[in-house]
Ligand binder design. Structure first.
Ligand code: ATP
Length: 451
């Protein structure tokens, strides 16, 4: 026994069922300040009057990590464990000193607390990074179709089902995905986005499901978890799902059905609990008919499908949305632009917005950067929005010269109207001299009527 226990650097003691010390290793004896021979065979209470071994053996209950003060004044953290025989009778008691000094223990606890705080902070940061950034409050729109889409989104968020977001580019599908996660019971877990169109087909599998060490040349040591594993407990947003190659669609279907993944190159299955929110601007039904999207996957995803209408179908939304986006953008850009002129608003309302809200945002941001006042005028809008289509068609009697003159007159008139006939500004924007502008005003009779 001595040979066995003495080399162990942790103080250890064994007492028999009568609490007599049967073994104590050298380090423990030194700690107590007695020669070993003096202690061996003695009842433990004689050596340490505060020992709780008599109690531990009679109660048969171990005491783990107890603070203990020895007769010599030293305070330690100890384990006292009753060891029972096959009849559940006490055979002996085993004790060890976990920390020879409570301060050592406290230091470790302090360090642990610090580490825990740092870890919590890091986890919070990570959640913030991987969490949903938008909620329903960020989604603008009061038209009937939008209100319905938002209602569907809110309902879907309360379910466990997969969600399919359908809509043209820039209609706000990603915004919806964030809001759904944010208002679901997974809100404190991760929200992981994967753009299926942006990842090369050959990398998509390892991106989604991860890989094991040595799975392919260049694979990281120790392997790498995929987005599904990272999102476990939370939501995964599969954007542009319509662009997922057929081979991957089959693998995704398996994951949705089995709720487990297999890393590339691995053999072990890993359970994953992930809510899938998928989005596409493609017509999946048509793709199913054409054979480029799996029908079974379509039905798996299409449980809660939400159609987000294009901006041109959201009657009354554009004006309200433009004003709210203007407020948001100007505060983001740190400028004060609060008004859209009547003329400019008319152009915004008449435009067909193929790029939807994203395009509206871009147009407004550009306009904010161009205006010198608190108002956006039509001259601050791109020509595709203000452009007068009639000028592109040649009507009877028109010549190139007359079209150019008409266009010139139109543009100068627009600028003069928008800028309250401030000729300095107009000349500046059109990049012509002031005298040239005066000539043209004269030529086209663009002076405001005298009141
Ligand atoms: N209803 C809305 N309210 C406020 N902002 C919106 C709304 N819809 C879209 N946006 C804004 O328009 C931009 C595009 O939105 P988002 O990325 O969600 O569109 P998408 O449909 O996912 O586009 P894509 O199909 O091209 O990925 C974002 O900046 C978003 O903040």
């Amino acid at each position: 026994m001595e040979k066995l226990f003495d080399p162990i650097s942790v103080p250890i003691i064994l007492v028999d069922k009568d609490t007599k010390i049967r073994m104590i290793n050298q380090i423990f004896a030194d700690y107590l300040g007695f020669p070993k021979e003096e202690i061996l065979g003695k009842p433990v209470l004689e050596v340490d009057e505060f020992s709780r071994f008599p109690y531990v053996l009679s109660s048969k209950k171990p005491e783990i990590a107890w603070k203990h003060k020895f007769k010599n004044g030293k305070t330690a953290i100890v384990h006292r464990i009753p060891v029972l025989d096959i009849n559940q009778e006490v055979a002996y008691g085993f004790g060890l000193l976990l920390f020879q000094d409570v301060k050592e223990f406290k230091d470790i606890i302090e360090k642990n607390k610090l580490l825990e705080t740092a870890l919590n902070y890091a986890e919070e940061q990570l959640k913030h990074l991987h969490g949903a950034k938008y909620s329903w409050e960020n989604i603008l729109g009061t038209s009937e179709k939008m209100v319905l889409a938002i209602y569907m989104g809110r309902r879907a968020s309360q379910t466990k089902s997969n969600v399919l977001l359908l809509g043209e580019s820039g209609t706000g599908k990603e915004l919806f995905a964030h809001a759904i996660h944010h208002s679901s019971n997974r809100q404190h877990e991760r929200f992981i986005k994967v753009n299926c169109a942006a990842i090369p087909a050959e990398l998509l599998e390892s991106e989604l499901f991860g890989y094991v060490e040595g799975a392919f040349t260049g694979a990281k040591k120790g392997g790498n978890p995929g987005k599904f594993e990272l999102a476990s407990g939370g939501s995964i947003f599969l954007d542009e799902i319509g662009d997922m190659p057929l081979s991957m669609q089959a693998k995704l279907l398996r994951v949705l059905q089995e709720k487990e993944i297999e890393r590339v190159g691995g053999t072990r299955t890993i359970p994953v609990d992930v809510r899938v929110i998928a989005a596409t601007n493609k017509n999946l039904e048509k793709m199913v008919e054409e054979g480029s999207f799996r029908e079974d996957l379509f039905y798996r995803l299409n449980v809660m499908s939400i159609e987000i209408p294009p901006l041109r179908e959201r009657e009354n939304d554009t004006a309200d949305m433009a004003m709210k986006l203007l407020e948001k953008l100007s505060s983001q850009l740190g400028v004060y632009v609060s008004t859209i002129s009547k003329n400019a608003m008319e152009h915004l309302l008449n435009y067909h917005w193929p790029g939807n809200v994203r395009e509206l945002e871009n147009v407004l941001e550009r306009a904010i950067n161009l205006t010198d006042t608190d108002t956006i005028h039509s001259i601050h809008l791109p020509f595709r929005i203000t452009g007068n289509k009639k000028l592109h068609k040649l009507s009877k009697g028109q010549t190139l010269k007359s079209i150019l003159e008409e266009t010139e007159k139109e543009i100068i008139k627009n600028y003069l109207d928008e800028l309250n006939h401030n000729k300095v500004k107009v000349a500046d924007i059109l990049n012509i001299s002031r005298s040239s502008l005066y000539d043209k005003i004269e030529k086209y009779q663009l002076n405001p009527p005298l009141s």
